[in-house]
Design a binder for this molecule. Sequence first.
Ligand SMILES: Cc1cc2nc3c(=O)[nH]c(=O)nc-3n(C[C@H](O)[C@H](O)[C@H](O)COP(=O)(O)OP(=O)(O)OC[C@H]3O[C@@H](n4cnc5c(N)ncnc54)[C@H](O)[C@@H]3O)c2cc1C
Length: 493
Amino acid sequence: MVTLATVSASGRDWRSIGREFEAIVGKTNVVQRREELLVYECDGLTSYRQRPAVVVLPRTTEQVAAIVKVCDRHDVPFVARGAGTGLSGGALPVEDCVLIVTALMKQILEIDFENQRVVVQPGVINNWVTQAVSGAGFYYAPDPSSQIICSIGGNVAENSGGVHCLKYGVTTNHVLGLKLVMPDGAIVEVGCRIPETPGYDLTGLFVGSEGTLGIATEITLRILKAPEAIHVLLADFTSVEAAGQAVSDIISAGIIPGGMEMMDNFSINAVEDVVGTNCYPRDADAILLIELDGLEVEVATNSQRVEAICQQNGARSIRTATDPQERLMLWKGRKAAFAAMGRISPDYYVQDGVIPRTKLQYVLREIEALSEKHGYRVANVFHAGDGNLHPLILYNNAIPGQLEAVEALGGDILKLCVEVGGSISGEHGIGADKRCYMPEMFSETDLETMQWVRQVFNPKGLANPGKIFPTPRTCGEAARANGQEQFSGVDRF
Ligand SMILES: Cc1cc2nc3c(=O)[nH]c(=O)nc-3n(C[C@H](O)[C@H](O)[C@H](O)COP(=O)(O)OP(=O)(O)OC[C@H]3O[C@@H](n4cnc5c(N)ncnc54)[C@H](O)[C@@H]3O)c2cc1C
């Protein structure tokens, strides 16, 4: 038997609001049955769940605008959702909200090779962009490890990064313009199809705003010419310190690799157990994957220089892949690292701090000490070139208290990142998960200034409320001290 949410505790008549949505997108694209809503109650941060009141799946900008206008008229909060792979709870519904899912907005609207740009709907999957243009020798640079499943709309909202962002920059460096539906339903275009526009940089402001300023419905992306040559080097080290020093030395030598990733011994073994690449030496304390791209002659020269730097830092072996199949094999393990954790531990909690590269060795040692202190294993997989750490904390959610304990460990890691001059997020966003740590990085005035900006675009606070910014009722320590619930309206699992 199925049940239909009707009048909610807040007194909203969802049956009637649902009918308004059906008139916009058709009956099949409105989900209101409680059982079907289950799918949408969390994103990649599965420890927090909240069932939305209604899910609506539009296909066009005009439909999104009409849906948002209904929300505005009824004062109903709405949350945008792309593929739901976010790791900070950005697409986590709030109580009694409408979830606007872009999964049907998956058209590539225009490809313009001459001007190196494509226009896509937000539900287009990251990888599809490169697939659509690679035949003509182009590609889309930002490549989150989730690129085969995450949407461009989600990438824009999170300002996502990836392996190639060391050299080419994160999403914001590749978005030329946006068509937006504002929180009152108005359709606005920001940026344009050429790199520079006069006036305020509203495209830059929107990228990374995590769905709190409106919904992107058309995105103009820059595409790049594929490099003439690519080499991937796999160097293995007997200490994390040595690998970290090699990273610093490579950058100091003026070489900017396309990507430079590090995995520690624990991650290497997890990946080899699960993916079985047979490429990563199981006894290495750390491996570096270094991708060099550019002109053939430049790549060949830099390959030799990088090899020499790794050897000077005590690399035991260096393997170089030049053909696409072998390169893919070397990357395969790294790309599957998060998934591999799922095979060796019932749950994992991933952090996303950034540190200055020069503090790498110190911070990794401190993380190890924190891991011992809290009693949870931490695997380290990260974008070493830009100091973006991804400590994966392994735990079992079925055991009461473990989630809280790993969150405390994650919090200590973030505080450590800030202490050494880094940041609490490199690419996964703040969402619901890390808003409590915003005051670690920003003063009250800084936060207030950001909230003024949100207020201008989102004066009623209907677009993705409760995300990014701490509020007394949602922040652990303050809330606990006051004897309040930590997360209002959100079930913890
Ligand atoms: C295995 C794994 C590996 C990952 N690796 C990386 C990585 O290497 N780099 C990285 O940066 N991230 C990574 N992520 C995190 C995640 O994939 C990215 O944050 C991604 O950009 C989220 O896209 P999504 O479509 O799933 O967005 P969702 O999770 O659906 O939403 C994310 C945020 O975007 C907002 N949003 C979605 N669509 C729109 C829109 N059209 N307009 C306005 N706001 C919108 C939502 O409200 C939410 O705040 C990884 C995740 C997983 C599970």
